[in-house]
Design a protein. Sequence first.
Length: 218
Amino acid sequence: MHVAIIMDGNRRWARDHQFQTFLGHQNGVKALEKILAVCPQMGIDTLTVYALSGENLVKRSESEISDIFGIMVKSLRMKKRQLIGENVRVRILGKMSGLPQKLQDCLLELVDQTKSCSKFVLQICLNYSGKEEIVEATQNLIKQGLEITSENIDKMINYPQVDLLIRPGGEMRLSNFLLYKSSYAELYFTETLWPDFDGKELEKAINWYVARNRRFGR
């Protein structure tokens, strides 16, 4: 089962608690750790999280983006051994070139050291755009002299179709996230802000998904 999550609500959570914004992002990382711990037992073998969009990189303040990058580097270094020990393969979706070199080095090292892991796949979307992902797949097909078909684009975007897409935080839109692979995904929206999203909230979403009648256009 492939679950995708738009990790939305860190800044609002911080504001609601009268905290500085970076504490919202720190607690967002803690929420992800909680979710990762329970995914395998809920039948989830692939989890894709929207950590930072291309638009975020341009439109957020430099200080906030710097805080986010610092939190990511620290978290990746702390959790690397645990991810390897738990047989988690990490993949990065998006353009690495727009990220600080220190973060790129951490990500590339983690991807390389977990490439043989097979229990669970964690895909992290950074400097990511769903539209650009489709454009890039199409350009690669042209370069390889292959026909541009939905089947070939599907193969070029090399990860499973999304079964369930979750958006915490109360917003009801996709925000340019996994557009091609979410064609038949079930969409689950909740008012719960991401730092408060835990295993119980994930279980609610899974139970809602299981009760759905997935028709796939039939």
